[in-house]
Design a protein around this ligand. Structure first.
Ligand SMILES: [Zn+2]
Ligand SMILES: [Zn+2]
Length: 264
């Protein structure tokens, strides 16, 4: 404990020194901010969590969950934000620019959702979504580590293995995403003893179709997990996503009929 405190203090001093030469800027709008902050006050204020009881099937807040499009995966899903506007830009920076500090802005809302929504569940450990290449940075790993620390749980990065490369999920439609990931994730045989009989909190940044989480949960169950529950920072507003997909497929149909006309 003392070591961790010392390390944190050292990190703080390093940050303050760095700030003297390279002033910190808000990760969202670029305003100058204090060295121990990630966002300016205004952006922090406008970063509102949906902060509502969540539909454990689709991950949207119960108020916005739509019976017609709500569909579940093999484990419950809880989220704290909607994947849009400022939240979306921050998550993309967290992912693409390896900005682990950005998770600090989501941390209070995410830990609160876990504590409230899964109040009856006693977790043993957290788990992260595996990647095919040995990435230096993974948002899921950062989350799983931070949440393990917050709730005093175990964490092992190598519970799951992704054993084949898959297409980028965001390039595909809903059914394509499910098909793309099918049987691409398995449990690590060497870690099976850690998974058996355990209640696991599976962590990832965004839930869209839930295909990735579903594959991970199934693999954990195959290894003998007692229960798997998911926490994501945000859920993509699937009603918006579906209409975007509709617009996309309409555009393709339009283009192909134009090409057909040109040929004939
Ligand atoms: Zn700002
Ligand atoms: Zn729902």
């Amino acid at each position: 404990m003392a070591v961790r405190k010392r390390r944190r203090k050292r990190r703080k001093i390093r940050k303050a020194l760095l700030h003297a030469f390279f002033p910190m800027r808000c990760a969202s709008c670029g305003e100058l901010i204090n060295y121990d902050k990630v966002l300016c006050k205004e952006c922090e204020r406008s970063l509102e969590s949906h902060n509502m009881p969540t539909c454990h099937k689709c991950g949207a807040s119960l108020e916005d969950h739509d019976e017609e499009v709500c569909s579940g995966i093999s484990c419950p899903v809880v989220t704290a934000f909607y994947y849009k506007d400022r939240v979306k830009r921050l998550i993309i920076d967290f992912k693409d620019y390896m900005r682990n500090d950005i998770f600090e802005t989501f941390y209070p809302a995410v830990t609160e959702r876990v504590a409230v929504e899964y109040a009856d569940i006693e977790f043993d450990m957290t788990a992260s979504v595996p990647s095919y290449e040995r990435k230096r940075h993974s948002t899921s790993v950062t989350m799983a580590k931070e949440l393990a620390h917050a709730f005093m749980l175990d964490y092992d990065k190598n519970l799951l293995i992704k054993y084949r490369e898959t297409e980028k999920q965001h390039m595909l439609g809903q059914s394509g995403r499910m098909e793309n990931l099918k049987n691409s994730i398995t449990f690590n045989d060497k870690k099976k003893h850690l998974i058996e009989g355990k209640t696991i909190l599976l962590c990832d940044d965004v839930k869209s179709t839930g295909a990735t989480l579903d594959e991970c949960a199934k693999a954990l169950y195959q290894a003998g997990a007692k229960q798997v529950c998911c926490i994501c920072i945000a859920v993509s507003d699937y009603t918006v996503r579906l209409s975007e997909e509709k617009v996309f497929s309409e555009k393709i149909a339009e283009k192909s009929s134009m090409i057909k006309e040109q040929i004939s």
